[in-house]
Design a protein. Sequence first.
Length: 61
Amino acid sequence: MQIVYFTLVAAVLYLLANWIVERIEVAAGRRFQYRSLLFFGILLTLALVSFHLIRTYTGNS
């Protein structure tokens, strides 16, 4: 069951990270040259935090 949680959360995090990058670009008023690095940093941070929470709350540490 844990793999289902990881898969669903990963899909949501991908969309959320993309949305965050777009909001940052709109606020800056331009498209960033290294957009993929910004996206990767946001996605990695969100994934590490949320996957840790999933492991904690499903009882597998």
